[in-house]
Ligand binder design. Sequence first.
Ligand code: PLP
Length: 394
Amino acid sequence: MAPRAPMANWLNDTNDVTAVFLAAGQIPNLINLAGGLPAPDAWPVTEISELAGDVVRDYPAETLTYSPVPGLPKLRDVLAERYSTPTLPLTRDNVMITTGGAQALDLIGKVLLEPGQKIAAQSPAYLGALDAWRPRTPVYAPMQLEDPACDITAAMSDAQFAYTVPNFSNPSGRLVLVEQRKALLAAAQETGAWLVEDDPYGKLYYDGNPLPTMLEMSATGKAYDGPVIYLGTVSKELAPGLRVGWIIAAPEMISALTVAKQGSDMFSSGLCQMIAARAYSEGLADRILPANLDLYRRRRDALCAAMDEHLSEFLTWEKPSGGMFVWARVKNPAISTDALMQVGLEHGVCISPSSVFDPEGLDQSGIRLNFTLNEPEKLTEGVRRLAKALSEMR
Ligand SMILES: Cc1ncc(COP(=O)(O)O)c(C=O)c1O
């Protein structure tokens, strides 16, 4: 038999860390600080199950058959209204529905990247974005936005787009300040690069009021035709299992993304879109937010208090003011955090090492810890286990 045709080269350019931490889910009594999962207590189970029954009964044509590629008009209209301000008048032509934020990232890669082109990415960068764009074999210009020496314009020149998570970035938990948002917009203007504003954590502010989005900051009072491609999702506001996300952008970008979506999954679940439309238009998402913020604030405080007690000898970190993650660096440069992940697993705790958030896969100096999934007692026990692992590696 003739040898089979080879697989594409980009498959050799991944790491096995993700597979290791996904498999870790099978280990009994493991405390998982590695993922980015919302708490099951945060899901509005009763309300969503009632909405699901209602929308199938009331809208069988929208929920049970094929839908328009860019999304159900009802949900596009609800979102256009939700994001409109006096200076940002949006219509459904500015909105496209995706199968989660993950699909939005994939489609952006499809419409903007030829193989080998450049992305200016906030560093460290979201693993799911790196994975989405890997088949396009991009080159990355990293941007450490909090570093005053970071030359954003240089990073963005010749780039197809800049990728940022301005609200409590995954993995760093950092907030991109208004001045840095302005600098990103100015650089987009100067270089012609698109500016991807990925915003799953935009509602999860625990200590202050939300900063303006770059989408809002680039509004002119006229129909939106600016450089920002804004991404939202129900995943951290309602439930990730619904797999509903959205893109807000200039109509020319929405049209291009629609062509890409047609060749990808044709349309996102009408049932889930209709649930999301009702959840937003009837105020469910806004109603559950205060309780969820309290829940997550307590968990953040518990994780950080346990870290203060057990980990300050080994790690440095900043307490985040929102989102789902604490990002920490090892004090001892001889400790590799890929190795720490393995030793942590032997002690019954799973963390995410920084290598998976580095396009080159090289950074071994950091870890990401999630605080939303587990109750405070488990967070504390997870931190104790991590401290044991670190003291063994000393
Ligand atoms: C920064 C970022 N972007 C996008 C996503 C994708 O979210 P989803 O596909 O669940 O909407 C996530 C999920 O954790 C994320 O952290």
